[in-house]
Design a protein around this ligand. Structure first.
Ligand code: NZQ
Ligand code: ZN
Length: 393
């Protein structure tokens, strides 16, 4: 086991009706003037925004709304939110929704505590975060895990780059998780979420270090998400399935399923370029490239993929390579079953691309040839290009 630190301080408030406790938790963590950050309007239509606002105002907590965070939220929108937070003298930022709203809330919390610094400098690691306003989250989609994670992902539309910032200042103080709040989700978003939850663990599980307990936790999480994902797609009002997915979404991205190993996260890096260029949903960007990535890296350690096939998919084969391949095929077939794209050609946002575009994607993903990605197998710009090429069908 490699050395690690593990910090997961977010207070999780889980279960039916928990949004009614919002004011109590905001107060507990010092909030007196609250900026409510949300997305494109699903929480207006469901009535959640009205409920939360009423709950806060009844407790004497003034609030200001800031909607409009789009899937793959933008830097420009976050900057607008920072201006509003400063004008309103907000001292607590509450994200209501999924990763896009919660990540925007985190960005506003960092930006309004550091008004002299342009936040993109933090996201580009030119500046280090040393303070942020406290944030909280009310989750409406099991997916990104932002409600307990240390990261926030923004897209700079001016440069076409999507970047994540990981810092413990990004960890929300509390996360309210009521599985019933997910019932209004479109099936496609449920599927995107299931994919992302799996991927947060897969991107940790496939790393060069074997750790028995961590690996067993990862495998149990994956088995659960695969089974409950199937149920949720059939019946998005299944409370048990949505509960398991919601909790798995948080555990999958708070660090637990990768402790003691270096993590890999190549698929996330490959996917971010696809979202930045084509605007495809985060979960879809990942399923689009996972199969091609897996085929490219499997020869580095087929035993790991064979163990995955056995312990996650229940497959058997005495031939290690055949077993490894069967595990990859089962994963890709599962994404297809969920209705997720598994290549450029099956992703309606992307489609088959020219060789020039594939080269451009690889160049961008390697940060203009200045980095490699991954740890299971380290991938340079040429390797990245080969993976995009294999996915271009
Ligand atoms: O915007 P609204 O109208 O709320 O609609 C959203 C959006 O269209 C909708 N939705 C969410 N909850 C709903 C609902 N519709 C009906 N009923 C509900 N209960 O679903 C759509 C997707 O929402 P979004 O917040 O974009 O989804 P997700 O949670 O998948 O977040 C994706 C973003 O998070 C980033 C991704 O890159 C992407 O930008 N990630 C953040 C991470 C983190 N902070 O730790 C890690 C992830 O790897 C990921 O990169
Ligand atoms: Zn993700």
């Amino acid at each position: 086991m490699q050395s690690f630190t593990y910090l997961s301080p977010t207070e999780v408030v889980f279960g039916k009706g928990t949004q009614k406790q919002t004011a109590a938790y905001v107060r507990k963590y010092g909030g007196t003037r609250i900026l409510l950050v949300y997305g494109g309007g699903s929480i207006l239509r469901s009535g959640l925004l009205g409920q939360v606002r009423q709950n806060l105002e009844k407790a004497g907590l003034p609030c200001q709304e800031f909607g409009g965070a789009m899937p793959n939220p933008t830097l420009e929108h976050a900057r607008e939110g920072i201006r509003l937070a400063l004008d309103f003298s907000a001292d607590f930022i509450l994200g209501i929704g999924g990763g896009s709203a919660i990540d925007t809330a985190k960005a506003i919390a960092i930006g309004s505590a550091n008004p002299q610094t342009d936040i993109w400098d933090f996201w580009c690691h030119k500046e280090e975060v040393s303070r942020a306003l406290p944030t909280g989250a009310i989750l409406t989609i099991p997916a990104a895990g932002s409600e307990t994670s240390n990261s926030s992902v923004l897209t700079n539309t001016a440069t076409g780059s999507k970047r994540g910032l990981s810092t413990d200042f990004n960890r929300p103080r509390f996360a309210i998780m009521n599985p019933e709040l997910t019932y209004t989700l479109p099936i496609y978003q449920v599927a995107c979420g299931v994919t992302d939850i799996m991927m947060h663990t897969l991107d940790r599980y496939f790393n060069p270090v074997d750790n028995e307990l961590t690996d067993a936790i990862a495998e149990a999480l994956l088995r659960t998400v695969i089974a409950k994902g199937r149920t949720a797609i059939q019946n998005p009002h299944d409370y048990d399935a949505m509960s398991e997915l919601m909790w798995a979404g948080s555990l999958s991205h708070n660090g637990l399923t990768g402790l003691g190993g270096p993590g890999d996260f190549a698929v996330h890096q490959l996917g971010h370029e696809l979202s930045a260029m084509f605007g495809t949903a985060h979960g879809a960007s990942l399923s689009t490239v996972w199969g091609s990535w897996a085929m490219a890296v499997c020869p580095a350690k087929p035993a790991r993929f064979a163990r995955y096939a056995q312990n996650v998919w229940g497959l058997e084969n005495e031939d290690e390579n055949a077993l490894a391949l069967a595990g990859i095929q089962a994963t890709v077939a599962y994404f297809s079953e969920l209705g997720m794209p598994v290549s450029f050609g099956t992703n309606p946002d992307i489609g088959i691309q020219t060789d020039g575009t594939l080269r451009d994607l690889a160049y961008r993903c390697s940060f203009e040839k200045s980095r490699t990605i991954g740890t299971f197998r380290i991938l340079d710009e040429e390797n990245i290009y080969e993976i995009y090429r294999a996915a271009n069908q």
